[in-house]
Design a protein around this ligand. Structure first.
Ligand code: AHR
Length: 694
């Protein structure tokens, strides 16, 4: 029997990402080589603290893209466990050990009508086993001595004493562990067993065998590691959750992104389909089957085993405020553009109200009771919901207003995140802000930027002079796209770090931000760049991941006024095509003019008694600088720490083989005098933590 790797082979992209070179962005750094030797003066006024830094400033945005959920964060090892993929036996093969029988896909009298398909084994002669094998998501990875929970729903036929066995085998067919089941009846029943793996394997398979002749129906065939995050059943991959936890995200936006919208309305994400018994959660096809320009993934589905309960629980685990996003009656405006008529929005609005009850309602309420039944009687403390993803235009605003009115009437305590379209500075975005400034109520407006590194440098000041009255801003999706192949370079990360100086400085207005997308599975991605890459056994953070971590873990409480004196840098204008938004009326782009000698923001961490400075040198030469703390926070020599993210070249990336090429490196120092004199390396991001004497 052929031991096929049945995972969608959208291969090759990751390596090309890592090897790609960004012509345009390389130019940025090559041009900016002037004034290498001139010293820069940074003055921090510790005597006049400004506004508080938003406690929600740095969060994460999770979407099931790039196999982020099934095959990724969700620890299920069996792919297509309920046989609902369009190719019903995708990731499955037949196993026949000298017997005779058939394997068919049936749907009559199913385990669950919402997932109607199941497999029927009709075994005439069992030989030494007849059944099916699952190859996981590009193989099942197991570790020596660890336990794996097998479970299956099965049904036999009257008059036969059917028996089942589950074997875990490596790619040579060697048995790693097994468990057996008896007592099948003519009714669907769930059988569970534990398989301890005797050896390691990266491409193991799960073999489910009939060991007596007759007819057996099988559904929801599942294998989970015991060692999930917090050892939860139906849990998540511990190593991937740890990567999130290490970011200390203040919030998590979920579950999308475009999958909230769906390619068409039936494909939209519906939270009620993602809670309760996993066998009853209807499988949905993933909108990212149809990648935008990259490899397609026709067998990419959402089991929703990682559903809204699990999302809320994850948020709680990692101390992140949940920010669920709801469909507002619109499918993707790039795709089908389907709309729910305004007079039929009622059920969707009710879904939104019910979600708030599911998260926060008392256990005596219908949806609070559902939460309690899933094991969480305490509320999840939901404070915010998103209405729509990156929707735009009048059709959005009229639908948004229906939700807004209903949500505010019943839950004035819940803040609403409102879309502003897929870009900034374009016609969609402009219309949105005109509305929000002229009577359309909004709490927080979600802006998205996928732009070249230079755009991030030029836009670090975009909020400096923005009107403060009106809604707050959520930089809900951003990433520097470094050239056509968009590798996650140091250059891109440093540009994002420069942009984030502007968000810290303006965090009275820009109260939240999150990079996108979050996860990508090597060989199965539809979108780059991404913050975290993984395969079935390994994970690494991109340079952008470390930028996020450094900002999040060093967030000051209050801002301090900072001036930077030094030679400014002028870059040639970006080509218009690199900042265009699909379909949006073009508008003049924001451009800050000359760039500063160094990008700097910072404030006070009062609990630690430290001044925190974020200093970004995106240029091709080191910058010498003198940091002066005015305002009396220090009297003599200053003990400090510098955490520096840089590398040999701006093109450097991290990879599975070299995950630490671009990681933060920390040093401690004590200044000789009352100033900090440092050289900030070319293409670097530095966090300075300076102890005050107060
Ligand atoms: O992050 C990838 C996609 O970018 C999101 O799904 C969508 O909101 C945006 O277009």
């Amino acid at each position: 029997m052929k031991y096929a790797d049945s995972f969608n082979p959208a291969l090759g992209m990751h390596h090309s990402i890592l090897n790609g070179l960004a012509g345009m962005a390389a130019l940025i750094f090559a041009l900016a080589t002037g004034a290498a030797e001139t010293s820069v003066g940074i003055t921090v006024d510790t005597g006049h603290p400004g506004h508080a830094v938003s406690p929600l400033l740095h969060g994460v945005f999770f979407e099931d893209i790039n196999y982020g959920a099934d095959g990724g964060l969700y620890a299920e090892l069996v792919q297509n466990r309920s046989f609902e993929h369009q190719e019903h036996l995708y990731a499955w093969g037949t196993v026949n050990r000298g017997g005779q029988g058939t394997v068919t896909v049936e749907s009559a009298d199913p385990l669950n009508p919402r997932n109607p398909h199941y497999v029927r084994l009709n075994v005439a002669d069992v030989g030494s086993g007849f059944g099916i094998a699952n190859y996981g998501f590009g193989g099942i990875a197991v570790k020596t001595g660890e336990n794996y929970f097998f479970s299956v729903w099965a049904r036999g036929e009257a008059g036969n004493s059917m028996k089942l066995r589950a074997d875990l085998e490596d790619d040579t067919g060697r048995l790693l562990g097994e468990c057996a089941t008896t007592g099948l009846s003519t009714q669907w029943q769930q059988f569970e067993g534990v398989i301890k793996s005797s050896g390691p394997a990266t491409h193991a398979r799960l073999v489910v065998l009939a060991t007596a002749p007759g007819r057996i129906d099988l559904d929801m065939v599942s294998l989970f590691p015991e060692n999930t995050w917090k050892h939860r059943r139906n849990g998540m991959r511990a190593d991937l959750v740890k990567m999130l936890a290490d970011l200390h995200p203040a919030f998590m936006r979920f579950p999308g992104g475009c999958i909230v919208e769906g390619k068409d309305l039936p494909n939209r994400y519906q939270w009620k389909d993602t809670i309760g018994d996993v066998a009853g959660r209807p499988e949905n096809w993933n909108r990212w089957q149809d990648a935008m320009g990259d490899a397609t993934a026709p067998q990419y589905y959402q089991t929703c085993g990682l559903g809204f309960f699990e999302f809320f629980q994850l948020c709680e685990d990692i101390g992140a405020e949940p920010v669920p996003v709801l469909n507002c009656g619109m499918a993707c405006q790039y795709e089908s553009k389907q709309l729910v008529p305004l007079d039929r929005l009622g059920p969707l609005v009710q879904d939104a109200l019910d979600l708030i009850e599911f998260a926060n309602g008392p256990v005596t309420s219908p949806w609070g009771a559902r939460r309690a039944a899933m094991g969480h009687p305490e509320p999840f403390k939901l404070k915010m919901v998103g209405v729509g993803n990156e929707q735009w235009g009048e059709q959005y605003f009229e639908r948004y207003m229906v939700f807004q009115a209903a949500l505010k009437a019943k839950h004035p305590e819940i803040r609403i995140v409102t879309g502003a379209g897929p870009g900034v500075d374009d016609g969609f975005w402009k219309l949105a802000w005109e509305k929000f400034r002229s009577g359309t109520p909004a709490d927080i407006v979600d802006e998205h930027y996928y732009r070249p590194p230079q755009w991030f440098l030029e836009n670090a000041t975009r909020y400096d002079s923005q009107v403060r009255s009106g809604p707050k801003v959520f930089a809900g999706e951003f990433a520097a796209h470094d050239g056509p192949k968009r590798p996650s370079t140091l250059r891109a990360a440093v540009a994002e770090a420069a942009f984030l100086t502007g968000l810290v400085r303006n965090s009275d207005l820009v109260v939240m931000s999150s990079y996108a997308p979050l996860f990508a599975k090597a060989g199965a991605s539809q979108w780059a760049p991404d913050l975290i890459w993984f395969d079935n056994t390994r994970v690494f953070g991109t340079p952008s991941y470390y930028v996020q971590a450094l900002y999040s873990c060093n967030r000051p409480d209050v801002i301090l006024p900072i001036s930077v004196n030094g030679p400014q840098v002028i870059l040639p204008p970006l080509p218009a095509a690199s900042v265009a938004t699909y379909g949006a009326p073009p508008q003049p782009q924001f451009c800050s003019g000359p760039l500063p000698a160094l990008f700097v923001a910072g404030g006070l961490d009062r609990r630690a008694g430290e001044v925190v400075l974020f200093v970004v040198n995106p240029y091709a030469v080191p910058r010498d600088a003198t940091v002066t703390l005015s305002g009396g926070a220090t009297q003599g020599a200053i003990p400090g720490r510098a955490i520096v993210l840089t590398s040999a070249t701006p093109d450097d990336v991290n990879s599975f083989e070299a995950p630490a090429t671009v990681i933060p490196r920390e040093e401690t120092f004590t200044t000789a005098g009352t100033e900090v004199v440092r050289s900030f390396p070319a293409c670097s991001f530095t966090v300075l933590r300076l102890r005050t004497s107060q």
